[in-house]
Write a protein that binds this ligand. Sequence first.
Ligand SMILES: Nc1ncnc2c1ncn2[C@@H]1O[C@H](COP(=O)(O)OP(=O)(O)OP(=O)(O)O)[C@@H](O)[C@H]1O
Ligand SMILES: [Mg+2]
Length: 352
Amino acid sequence: MVVSRALECNRLNCENKLLREELVKNFKLKEIIGSSGKMMEVFEIIKKVTSTDVTVLIQGESGTGKELAARAIHYNSGRSKGPFIKVNCAAIPEGILESELFGHEKGAFTDASSRKTGRFEAADKGTIFLDEIGDMSLGMQAKILRILQEKEFERVGSSQAIKVDARIIAATNKDLFRAVKEEQFREDLFYRINVVSIKLPPLREKREDIPLLFEHFMHKFNKEFNKTIEHISLEAMELLMKYPWPGNVRELQNVLQRAIILSEGKIITNKDLPFYIQFLDSEIKLETESADFSKSLIETVKDITDEVERQIIFKALKKTNWNRSETAGILKISRKSLFNKMKRFNLIKEEE
Ligand SMILES: Nc1ncnc2c1ncn2[C@@H]1O[C@H](COP(=O)(O)OP(=O)(O)OP(=O)(O)O)[C@@H](O)[C@H]1O
Ligand SMILES: [Mg+2]
């Protein structure tokens, strides 16, 4: 029974792995990695919308892969040979956004020395990606609404309507539903763009994807930086699994890039990770509660960072069993500087 159960288990594992590889292969081209339940749901929706032209709203925290998902939809759709035009609605100044999107005629305003085609026109037969749409002014929202309804617009300074055939994908890291309630976002526009919505989960809610993401970034950065990393230590992986990842996949990518550059062997270990991840277990808390405004900002911040520094050194000393050379080594400071800091922070061995 034990043997047959083991065989069955192995078979299921293999099957699982195959299915996963299949999916990874499918989306590897577009570089979206994930095998968690939440990402499977995302893949399902992406697959469904690629065969249509519906407007898609992608929501998710910063660094969760919204742009990646938008590109995946475009490049897997019938429009893949057409252009993918990205507009960052938050980065373009309000006054310029209109002519950026719709273009302008020569002489439409003081600086308009020649006619300019807008991004909507450029996106004809392709996809226009309206990034950070939650940051668009109410006035611009009205204009976008019109395009969605009538599929036409005018260049600034012209009265001739232009028709375009562009698929619209919008993304935001804001809670648009709440913005609607707070009257920061037009309700009619919200329902227009939210025909299909994709919610990208934050990394902390799909931690099971971290090993797969590690593999992906390991291969990517090995190639990019000519390295030959093969593994990650169990301890280091445990830290990655525990860290809350406020910057999501982008933060993980940056941390791994740095680790792969720094690593000297074939294995990523704790010491290749940034301090705030290495010392995750040390329960360092930023005690901002105690700030009572009796001191200046600079003094208050210094008190708090001193305490953090003290705790990190203490943690490192405990880790090396109070071996000063080793501690100085892992903290990458000189022995003398460690000694001075120990004196300053009154760090002495517990039994002493
Ligand atoms: N599932 C994933 N697989 C592989 N790489 C990913 C994944 N999700 C995100 N990334 C990578 O993380 C980085 C951030 O992704 P992206 O720019 O799509 O995020 P975003 O949600 O648009 O972030 P922001 O709100 O800050 O603009 C990119 O380099 C992207 O390639
Ligand atoms: Mg983005």
